[in-house]
Design a protein around this ligand. Structure first.
Ligand code: PLP
Length: 387
């Protein structure tokens, strides 16, 4: 009897299914549960974008495109970035469209990492970064940001780089999942000063750039273009998670190698989605505004309610998550509390430790949810605390 499982790659065997998916699958099976774990907009894709995709399907055959994406789409991305940040990327050689930022992270890491290369990872962070580094045989170097208000501190960054001068890359993400923390230009500049001193790639995941509430979003591409590999997409800004369109921008000499990897991974991203994303970026500059103002209202209700219940919460300035510190009086670990909340209150929140070492002792609550569910969340938490 052959046993092919034992012939799988060591990396594949070591990778566990992500806790977050297992937890969600279990949570959703609980009848009557309120699911506050979801990381995608609960809005529909704007009508003009749907119409552009429908009309493209009706008018022409949907074929492979050039691997970086249709010239009209990469041009729309270049125009969007030029208008918003005054950064100028060549549409044919410095921009590649990807199957979401998710593919962007993998493809970028594949292009730059040799086995054993270190990648700095401020933690807590989006759940795919660490397994993606491992999948590419890199070594994550975790920087715990929980002691510095979930911001990467320039002194800590400098000390980490001094200890790991050969580190190949750092992955930044702001506005941040899971904390909602972002950086002003003034807060980014000291980090840039440190990063400039090393030959390190700065992979900057700015997928929540259009959901920045209290400060204008500054891109790393504006401050450190020669080292930055910018990742963004339309999933969150235009409520287009299922269309799977992201993009990578960076210096030409680097992008041609990333393009080779991308081409092997996927040939080109789905053409229908490219028509939709082109419409989103060319004619949907204001699409995020009504969603943003709705998220902001929800954030404010949830923030005030949580603080009233005794949770210490840093005001999130972007994305659609609140990262709430579990009150000491509960004396409970985050996974246990999340499990108890599902079992006893039918309330699904994510344990902070799913987002890495820096997240232990916290719960992540997504407010990409109806106001009704936000109010029910507060009621159910109050009920649990009063027991
Ligand atoms: N980056 C971060 C920080 C995210 O939170 C998410 C989704 O939750 C993604 C990337 C995924 O983006 P995409 O839909 O473009 O793959």
């Amino acid at each position: 009897m052959v046993n092919l499982e034992q012939r799988l790659s060591d990396t594949a065997l070591r990778l566990k299914p992500q806790d977050i998916f297992l937890f969600n699958a279990r949570a959703l099976k609980t009848p009557g549960v309120i699911n506050m774990t979801v990381g995608e907009p609960n809005f529909n894709t704007p009508k003009h974008i749907q119409a552009a995709a429908q009309s493209a399907i009706a008018q022409q055959p949907i074929r492979y495109t050039v691997p970086q994406g249709k010239p009209e789409l990469t041009q729309a991305i270049a125009d969007f970035l030029a208008a918003k940040y005054q950064v100028h990327y060549q549409p044919d050689s410095e921009i590649i469209t990807t199957i979401g930022v998710t593919e962007g992270v993998f493809t970028t890491l594949k292009a730059i990492i040799n086995p054993g290369d270190e990648v700095l990872l401020p933690s807590p962070c989006f759940t795919i970064y660490e397994p993606d580094i491992l999948l590419n045989q890199g070594v994550p170097v975790i920087i715990d940001t929980s002691k510095t208000n979930f911001r990467l501190d320039p002194k800590v960054l400098a000390a980490t780089l001094k200890a790991h001068p050969q580190a190949k890359a750092i992955i930044l993400n702001y506005p941040n999942n899971p904390t909602g923390v972002t950086y002003t230009k003034e807060q980014l500049l000291p980090l840039v000063e440190v990063l400039r001193q090393y030959e390190i790639f700065v992979i900057s995941d700015e997928i929540y750039s259009e959901l920045s509430y209290d400060v204008a979003h500054t891109s790393m591409a504006q401050l450190l273009p020669e080292q930055t590999i910018l990742l963004n997409g339309v999933s969150k800004s235009h409520a287009m998670t299922g269309w799977r369109v992201g993009y990578i921008c960076g210096p030409q000499a680097i992008m041609q190698h990333i393009l080779h990897v991308h081409e092997l991974v996927t040939t080109s991203i789905p053409a229908t989605s490219q028509y939709a994303a082109q419409e989103a970026l060319a004619n949907g500059a204001n699409d995020a505004l009504p969603m943003k103002s709705e998220y902001q209202k929800r954030r404010d209700v949830l923030l005030a309610g949580l603080r009233k219940l005794g949770f210490a919460v840093t005001k999130p300035q972007g994305a659609f998550y609140i990262f709430a510190k579990i009150p000491d009086t509960l004396n409970q670990d985050d996974l246990q509390l999340a499990q108890d909340l599902i079992a006893q209150e039918k309330l699904a929140l994510l344990p902070g430790s799913f987002f890495g070492r820096g997240g232990a002792g916290y719960l992540r609550i997504s407010y990409a949810a109806s106001m009704e569910n936000i109010n029910l969340t507060l009621e159910r938490l109050a009920d649990y605390l009063n027991k």
